[in-house]
Write a protein that binds this ligand. Structure first.
Ligand code: ZN
Length: 272
């Protein structure tokens, strides 16, 4: 059994395939957590989860690249789609309402993304402050609702760490790209790391050899980050087995063992 701890089957890329894809995942013992990046996609994640008795869950949050500001250069998702709409502020009341549904297992994806920062020191500082402010509001909500968090951190490990270490939350650093030294401080705080198809693009073999098995989750971040050998036009949770196999090879353990341990980690974190 696998659980995709970070999928976006809630977005329009899957509008034509979702109704067949999800039942076929479930009958192959693959469960999914669909992750929201703004109000609309968070609501969609919940609606889709509610269509199934079990095995499909939702996470609710405002992605840092979906914050509307004078500096926003790049947004998450495709132009013209509701799922990529920018939001000027974090609408706590509305998000809380969405997150109240029983299928919601986390607040996310939320965090800090300094990759697409504006030029000029004062603009940069203002941009970071805005992201930080909305990140903190969402962490408050996670604390209040007693939910784990799904963190997006790009070019921002130091600030992400500073913010998280002031709190007592549980969570996952999704799409972890880094080395042992980047990971250790987050693991020490009790966070786990989301491993996805990025391991086929960036050489993380030494890191994967080191990282303890009880500290990682599997994710696809589909429709993005398709493993090169996956035979599908866009990525989907069926590719989890390819990622698991690579981890099994590097750690010289059996793939079923990887599957078993990681499923347990995922259930533990999200209380499912
Ligand atoms: Zn994502």
């Amino acid at each position: 059994m696998f659980i995709d701890s970070h999928a976006h089957l809630n977005i329009s890329d899957f509008d034509n395939t979702r109704n067949k894809l999800i039942p076929s995942l479930l009958s192959s013992s693959i469960q999914v957590i669909n992750v929201g990046v703004n109000k609309y996609s968070s609501k969609r994640a919940v609606e889709i989860a509610e269509e199934y008795d079990k095995g499909v869950f939702a996470s609710v949050g405002l992605h840092p690249l979906n914050i509307r500001s004078d500096f926003t250069e790049k947004k998450y998702g495709k132009d013209g789609e509701k799922e990529s709409e920018l939001e000027k502020e974090f609408d706590v009341k509305e998000y809380k309402k969405i997150a109240n549904a029983s299928k919601v297992v986390a607040i996310g994806e939320i965090g800090l993304d300094y990759w697409h920062r504006p030029k000029g020191e004062s603009k940069k500082a203002e941009y970071k402050k805005l992201q930080m402010n909305i990140f903190n509001q969402q962490l408050d909500l996670a604390e209040e609702m007693d939910l784990p968090v799904i963190i997006h951190s790009r070019s921002s490990f130091d600030d992400t760490y500073d913010v998280l270490q002031k709190r007592k939350l549980k969570g996952v650093l999704h799409c972890f790209i880094g080395e042992r030294k980047d990971a250790e401080r987050f693991l020490d705080m009790g966070y786990v790391l989301g491993i996805n198809g990025v391991i086929f693009r960036t050489n993380m073999d030494t890191f994967l050899e080191w990282v303890p098995m009880d500290k990682i989750l599997l994710e696809t971040d589909c429709p993005y980050l398709t493993p090169p050998s996956f035979d599908s036009e866009i990525n989907n949770p069926f590719s989890l087995s390819i990622i698991a196999q690579k981890i099994a090879d590097i750690k010289a353990i059996n793939r079923t063992e990887v599957e078993k341990i990681i499923t347990k980690n995922t259930k533990n974190l999200f209380n499912i």
